[in-house]
Design a protein around this ligand. Sequence first.
Ligand SMILES: Nc1ncnc2c1ncn2[C@@H]1O[C@H](COP(=O)(O)OP(=O)(O)O)[C@@H](O)[C@H]1O
Ligand SMILES: [Mg+2]
Length: 351
Amino acid sequence: MGLFDDMLKGGESLIRNEEALDFEFLPKVLPFREKEQRFIAECVKPLFASRNGRNLVMYGPPGIGKTAAAKHVIRELEEQTDEIYPVYINCWQHNTSYKVIVEICEHLGYRLVQNKKTVDLYKIVASMINKKSAVLIFDEIDKAEEYDFLYFILESIYKKSIVLITNFKEWIATLDSRIKSRLTPDVLEFRQYNEHETREIMRQRAGYAFPEGVWEDAAFNKVAKKTFEIKDIRTGLFLMRESALIAEESSRKKITLSDVEKAISKLENFSIKNSAELSEDSRFILSIVKEHSGKKMGELYEAYQKKGGKQTYKTFQRKIAELDKGNFISTKKQTGTGGNTTIVEKKLTDF
Ligand SMILES: Nc1ncnc2c1ncn2[C@@H]1O[C@H](COP(=O)(O)OP(=O)(O)O)[C@@H](O)[C@H]1O
Ligand SMILES: [Mg+2]
C-alpha cells in the first residue's frame, strides 16, 4: 500500500450525496412508519370518492418522522390523482393567516396575490379548491400565531382533510372551541423509534449519503447508539455529517470512532432549531422576543419581568445569547449616544 493511498486528495469528499444528509431529504421508503402512513391515507380516502375527508392531529416529539410520513402520503397522492390538491405548509415559516393563504395560493398555482387582502384570497382559494378537493397539512401548527385560516377552511372548503402536526399533545386542548367543534379530528400519536429501528433508519440514510466502506463499524455503531439515546433522527443526521467532516479535515478516507466522539462533543453547541428542545424558561424568553421583536435587551428584560420572569439580568442575557446561537433569534449591536445596546429580533422565516 502506498503511503498516501488512504488519504483524500484535495477537493475529494467522503460524502457522496450531501443532500441525503439534509433534514428535508425524503427517503424513497419510510420504514417503521407504515402504520402511520396508512392511518393518514385512511383519513384522506373519502376524497377519492368525492366525499368529505376526515381531519387528523398527529403529535409526538421532534425528529421521529412526523413530517416525513405526512410528506410521503402527499407524494403518493400526487402520483395517484389530479383531483385532490395536496397542500403542505410549515406554520413556523408561515405563521399568520395571510402568510398561510398566500402559501396555499402558491400551491394551487395562483400567482396574482399582490395587493389582495386575506379575505379576498380566502374567496379565491375556496372557489379553486371547491372544484376539486384538498388535503391540507399544517406542520408545526402550534407555531402559528393565529388560526383564522383553519376556521376559513373548515367553513368554506367542502371536501378536504386537514392534517395538523405538532410536537405537543397539549396543544390540541388550547384550540378555540369554535374550531375544535368543527374539526373533530382523529388523533395519531407518533411513538419514538426503538434501538433496532433507529439503527436501520440511520443505516439506510448512510447508504444514500456515503459510498460503501467509508464508515468503520465502531464509528457507525456509535452514531446509531447515540441517535437512539437522543431519540431524534435529525440530531443523528447532524452527527453523521459532522463525523464525516471531521474525518475529511484530516484527509482520511474512513470515518473512525474518534471522529464520531469529536462530533458528539460538538452536539452541546448544536441546536436543531426546534423550540421543543428548549427549557421552559428559554421558551418563555423566546415568546417574549416574538412579542417584542426589535426591542433593546433592557426593554425586553422589563417585559420579561412584567410577565413574571424571575431570572437575573445576567442570566437573561446569557439565555438570549444561547437562543441567538441556536438561531432561534438574532441580535445585533447598536452604538448610540448612551454606548452600546443590543437589539433582539425574532427569526421565523429562515427555519
Ligand atoms: N422511518 C424513517 N425512515 C427514514 N427516515 C426517517 C424516518 N423517520 C424519520 N426520518 C428522517 O429523520 C429526519 C427527521 O424526521 P422528521 O419527519 O423531520 O421529524 P419530525 O417531523 O417528527 O420532527 C428526517 O430527515 C427524516 O427523513
Ligand atoms: Mg417535523
